[in-house]
Design a protein around this ligand. Structure first.
Ligand SMILES: NC(=O)C1=CN([C@@H]2O[C@H](COP(=O)(O)OP(=O)(O)OC[C@H]3O[C@@H](n4cnc5c(N)ncnc54)[C@H](OP(=O)(O)O)[C@@H]3O)[C@@H](O)[C@H]2O)C=CC1
Ligand SMILES: O=CCc1c[nH]c2ccccc12
Length: 280
């Protein structure tokens, strides 16, 4: 019998630092990460989505120190993928870099490194479960886990994942529909990343054209239409932007109530132009 995974309220949208702010050059301190995170929090974001793999936890930590916001007002997520042989040590390193005593949410970033290193997923999950109740992690989850991966950890788990963070936008809906249904059936919160991918990768495609026409209908931006579509599917967005005006707008995504016909039209347009998963 799995114990229901309780945990703190998770504020959305989450502000992510793993794409536009990803640290390719690990030798260079990225002040743009510090400034972007400070702008995001100063404009209303309270959930920051980090990861060991993004290479910028120190910059995020400096932003949090400069902001001097009460810790309980923020929700900080990080993820482990490189140091999966010793997840406790990875957590220690992430907390030190972030300048925090605890994470609100700690995720296994991907099943891939476990498979590459022939380490059972259940071993990684067990390591996260051991952190619960020790004061350093308030909730635990996964990312890029598919049904078979979730079923694999379920066998030995005492606590189910609180969240599964996955790629989610209309052009991968076909790939993700059954995973969505599975997670909902297990009360696993679904966080969606790359919600805006169609606008960036397929700006002249059927999804983007429809979204842009709906932006006029609802008098909001095309980005917000896609965040609202995710919301309508029960998926909570992890997004990012360098633009303060978009930061402010993204925070209002739940106020956009799309008509069901428009939701269905976006879904259909996505299914007609399905893209491969980014497959992190
Ligand atoms: N768990 C995982 O494996 C993964 C997690 N993530 C997390 O999710 C976060 C967000 O991922 P990401 O894929 O960037 O998210 P989105 O799809 O939300 O894209 C955000 C980007 O879209 C741009 N943008 C916003 N509006 C528009 C528009 N109308 N037209 C064109 N471009 C637009 C923004 O640029 P601008 O600055 O111009 O506004 C920004 O760089 C990451 O930072 C990371 O934290 C991401 C990938 C994988
Ligand atoms: O999370 C965003 C993309 C990314 C960057 N590094 C890794 C490692 C493992 C999974 C995803 C990612």
């Amino acid at each position: 019998m799995l114990i229901a995974a309780l945990g703190p309220h998770i504020p959305f949208p989450a502000y992510g630092v793993g794409t536009a702010l990803y640290k390719n050059d690990k030798s260079r301190f990225q002040t743009e990460v510090v400034e972007s995170v400070k702008w995001a929090v100063q404009n209303g974001f309270t959930h920051i989505d980090c990861a060991e793999a993004y290479g910028n936890e120190e910059e995020v930590g400096i932003a949090l120190k400069d902001l001097d916001v009460p810790r309980e007002k923020l929700f900080i997520t990080s993820k482990v993928t490189t140091s999966i042989e010793d997840i406790s040590a990875a957590l220690t390193t992430s907390l030190k870099k972030l300048g925090l005593t605890y994470l609100d949410l700690f995720l296994l970033h991907s099943p891939k490194p476990f498979k590459e290193k022939n380490i059972p997923l259940s071993k990684g999950w067990e390591a996260l479960e051991k952190e619960l109740g020790q004061g350093r992690v308030h909730s635990i989850g996964v990312s890029n886990f598919y049904v078979k991966d979730l079923e694999e950890i379920k066998e030995k788990a005492t606590v189910p994942p609180r969240v599964n963070q996955i790629e989610f936008h209309p052009q991968v809906y076909t790939h993700m529909k059954s995973l969505l249904e599975y997670c909902k059936s297990k009360n696993i919160i679904i966080e969606g990343y790359s919600s805006l991918l169609p606008l960036k990768k397929d700006p002249d495609g059927t999804v983007s054209k429809l979204v842009k026409s709906l932006a006029s209908k609802y008098n909001v931006s095309d980005s917000l239409i896609l965040l609202a579509w995710s919301n309508a599917q029960g998926v909570f967005p992890v997004t990012t932007t360098s633009k303060v005006e978009r930061m402010k707008e993204f925070l209002s995504y739940k106020s956009v109530k799309l008509e069901q016909a428009d939701i269905d039209a976006i879904t259909a347009a996505g299914e007609e132009s399905t893209r491969p998963l980014q497959n992190f």
